[in-house]
Structure formats: structure tokens, C-alpha cells
Design a protein around this ligand. Structure first.
Ligand SMILES: [Cu+2]
Length: 449
């Protein structure tokens, strides 16, 4: 509103003195309150902000006017002639006698000038629309940080010749199913809640909350019927907890939150086979999962599935980011609530298996233990160019689905997929929800002879 009043004052030549003073002060105000475009308040800003410049422009206008005297091309000129007191609002030297200046141009020129002023006035009034636009995010430093896209940061470091969408992610081991933790009737699991910084896209880091330092958390592999002893220690900065979907247990005891420095122990029998999520369940759970506290536990069935030649574990999840500085991101809880992810990833890193594909041979049974950690989005899991040989929603071979090309995996759900590729080739592994695929939920299965 102040902007619009200033614009009208400038265009009509009305109350110039007030306009200049208010304009300069208002520009300084914008500059000093970091209204986004105003000042150097985003990290990495390299200029002083444009608002300071406007303040100087207003000062310059004031100086011009005081040297050159009043102009006949202004409302002030006419108002002051009719109401002499108006001068005090309009002029730097009100005591000066108004010279009788006649308009120097003929009417044709004047009409042109008036037309131009009207056009400019309409434009100025149209800014009212944006000034009162409620739906727009205010230009605060927090919103500016939230607007930084990790994918764009990742792409910025990529040579234009690279085929990769978001650069070549640092290579890490393929997510092969690890061996059973133990062969006996009982196994021990030690997990530590701890803060860490990990890569979520090429060259882009995120300040995560983890189980044992990685996202996803360590892959746990047990067998149906084994008793699992869980030892959980909180080495983080706040309360955390651990919730195993593979267990049937009193959650108010086993899954309770513990303070930093405390430990928690419980045991459960892995009675139900399958692939399950485990995650932190401390409120707001959305934030604890959103910041990285999830993993997969595989419970092998006593009545085995058809033997697989190669087995991988994929955990899908979303990242909701805001910039800390440079290429370091942290979580954005507002985005988690609004479900506006910046990245959707397999095993924590956008596009990591595009540059470093999963591998298999023609005719091999490739098993993918798939967990969707969410926290919010469903996955439409798909291998482009492929057909699942079997989908096991419950790890029971008698319940296998066949003839499925896309299968839905809800947040928190785990499903076992078998694929047998009859031809060599590079098969994209994706979340067939296209937005999610473009945000990073895409990798490759490289099938060779
Ligand atoms: Cu937690």
C-alpha cells in the first residue's frame, strides 16, 4: 500500500516533499528488514540489495527539486496556486514565491504526457493486486532458504556433457541383501540414535537424524522364529525411539521415547516373515522419519521363496529441505506437513543407481526387498521394460501375484518383488508417480548376458 501511494505521488507530482521523505525512509525500512529482495540477508548474498538504491534515488529526486524549483507539470503546482498552504507538503523552500511558469508545450504534447502518466498510473495500481496477494509466501529468509532446490544445486556442479540428471553421485556399495545377523535362535541388534551429515544428491549434504549414522539405517536380516534382542542407545540431541513393524509387542513400553544418553532394551520374536520398516516413533513422527530415522528389517520365511540369484534392498523416502548454507541442507517441517518434497530417493540419495546401476544377468531371478519409508508418499514401484515375475505382499510364496507391472507400496509398507529379465539391457527402476521419478526416485537395473 505504501508502495502504491508513493508511485501515485511520484507520477502525479503530488506532495513531492512528503513523497521523497517517505520514499527514502520506506526504502531503508525494506532494506533493513530483509524483505527478501531488500537486503543481503540470504546466505551467500553478494550484493547490498536493491532497496538501498531506491533510497538514494529518492534523495536525488529531492535534491533536484530543491535546486530546480517546482515544475509546472505537477499537481502540486496547481494545488499550491489554489491552496497556498499545500506548499509546505510539496516543496523544500515553501517560503519562496512561486514563479509564474506557463506550460511550455502545446496541447498535443501535453495530452501525450498525460496519457503516459495514466498508463503508468494503471501499472502502479496493478501492483496493489500483488501487494494484497494472500496466497503468496512472504519473502522471508526462511522461505528463501526453503526455495533452494537441492536438485538444482546438484546439477550446478555437473558438466553439461554429463548424461546424468543430477550429476554423478559418489559411488557406494550396491544395496545387496546382507547375510543373516545370526544363525541361532536368538540374535542381538545394537542401534544408536545419532546426528550426522550425509549426501542426499550429488554434492548436496543434509543434517540427518539417524540410526547408527546412515540413512537408511542398517539393513537387518533375520529369520522367521528368531528372538531379536534390541539394544537402543540415544546419542542424539533430543528424544528418540524405535518401532519395529516386524514385532508384535506392547508399544507403550518397547517403543517409548528415551532422552539423550539413555538406553532401552526389548526383545521380540520375528513370527511374521517379510520385509518391514523400522523407524523412530517420537512425536512429531513426521519430522523424525522425515529427517532420516528409518530402515528395513527382512525376516526370511521358514517356507522359503524360490531361491533368488541376486537380492537387493531398496528403501524409498522423501527429503524436505531448506538451505543452511551453500550445499548444506536441513529439514523443513512445513514442507513435510504440506507434502512438497524436494527429493524422492532410493536408499537416501537422488538418482544414485542411475550412475551406479544394480546388476544382474539375463534370466536371473532378481529379488528386491522394497520398503517405502515415506513419510508421506505412496510409491508406484515399477521396472520400465520389465514385468514382475512375482510380487509377494506378505513374503508367502502361495500368495504371490503375477502379471504385475506396477505395484503400490504405501508409506510404512514393505513388499518383496522378483524380476526375471529375458533380455539384456538397461532397465530403469522407478516410482511411476512421475513427479517422484523426476525428483530422484529413478535408478537402473543393468542386465547383461
Ligand atoms: Cu527420533
Amino acid at each position: 500500500l505504501i508502495e502504491t501511494a508513493l508511485a501515485i505521488g511520484l507520477l502525479l507530482g503530488m506532495a513531492w516533499r512528503l513523497t521523497y521523505i517517505a520514499g527514502a525512509l520506506f526504502s531503508l525500512l525494506i532494506w533493513s528488514t530483509a524483505e527478501g529482495f531488500g537486503g543481503p540477508y540470504t546466505s551467500g548474498a553478494t550484493n547490498l540489495g536493491s532497496a538501498l538504491l531506491y533510497a538514494l534515488v529518492f534523495v536525488a529526486f529531492g535534491l533536484f527539486e530543491s535546486f530546480l524549483g517546482p515544475s509546472p507539470y505537477s499537481l502540486d503546482y496547481y494545488l499550491a496556486r489554489r491552496f497556498p498552504k499545500w506548499k509546505s507538503a510539496a516543496e523544500w523552500k515553501p517560503q519562496r514565491i512561486w514563479p509564474e511558469i506557463r506550460p511550455a508545450f502545446d496541447w498535443d504534447h501535453q495530452l501525450g504526457a498525460i496519457g503516459a502518466v495514466i498508463v503508468a498510473l494503471v501499472l502502479a495500481l496493478s501492483t496493489l493486486a500483488s501487494a494484497t496477494n494472500i496466497g503468496r509466501l512472504p519473502a522471508t529468509p526462511a522461505n528463501a532458504a526453503a526455495a533452494v532446490s537441492p536438485l538444482k544445486l546438484a546439477a550446478a556442479s555437473v558438466s553439461p556433457l554429463s548424461m546424468a540428471t543430477a550429476g554423478e553421485v559418489n559411488k557406494r556399495p550396491l544395496p545387496v541383501l546382507p547375510p543373516l545377523i545370526g544363525d541361532g535362535a536368538e540374535v542381538d541388534i545394537n542401534l544408536v540414535a545419532s546426528d550426522a551429515t550425509i549426501e542426499i544428491a550429488n554434492g548436496v549434504q543434509y543434517q540427518v537424524w539417524t540410526f547408527s549414522g546412515t540413512v537408511p539405517a542398517p539393513i537387518l536380516h533375520v529369520r522367521e522364529g528368531q528372538t531379536v534382542h534390541v539394544k537402543f542407545f540415544n546419542n542424539g540431541m533430543m528424544q528418540h525411539s524405535i518401532d519395529f513393524h516386524a514385532a508384535q509387542i506392547d508399544s507403550s513400553v518397547a517403543y517409548r521415547s528415551i532422552n539423550p544418553g539413555e538406553k532401552l532394551e526389548f526383545s521380540f520374536v520375528a513370527q511374521v516373515p517379510g520385509v518391514f520398516i523400522y523407524h523412530c516413533g517420537t512425536p512429531p513422527v513426521l519430522q523424525h522419519i522425515g529427517n532420516g530415522m528409518y530402515g528395513a528389517i527382512i525376516v526370511d520365511p521358514l517356507r522359503p521363496l524360490p531361491p533368488a540369484d541376486v537380492s537387493y534392498v531398496l528403501v524409498q523416502s522423501e527429503w524436505y529441505t531448506q538451505q543452511v548454507e551453500g550445499r548444506l541442507m536441513t529439514g523443513d517441517y512445513n514442507k513435510m506437513v504440506a507434502v512438497t518434497p524436494d527429493l524422492v530417493v532410493f536408499n537416501g540419495v537422488a538418482f544414485q543407481y542411475k550412475d551406479n546401476p544394480l546388476a544382474a544377468k539375463v534370466g536371473q531371478r532378481v529379488r528386491i526387498y522394497f520398503v517405502n519409508a515415506g513419510p508421506n508418499l505412496w510409491s508406484a514401484f515399477h521396472i520400465i521394460g520389465g514385468m514382475f515375475a512375482a510380487v509377494y505382499p506378505d513374503a508367502d510364496a502361495n500368495h504371490a501375484l503375477t502379471g504385475v507391472s506396477v505395484y503400490t507400496v504405501a508409506p510404512g509398507e514393505g513388499v518383496v518383488f522378483d524380476a526375471i529379465m529375458p533380455h539384456a539391457g538397461k532397465y530403469p527402476i522407478v516410482d511411476h508417480s512421475m513427479r517422484n521419478m523426476e525428483l530422484g526416485a529413478a535408478g537402473l537395473l543393468n542386465v547383461t548376458q
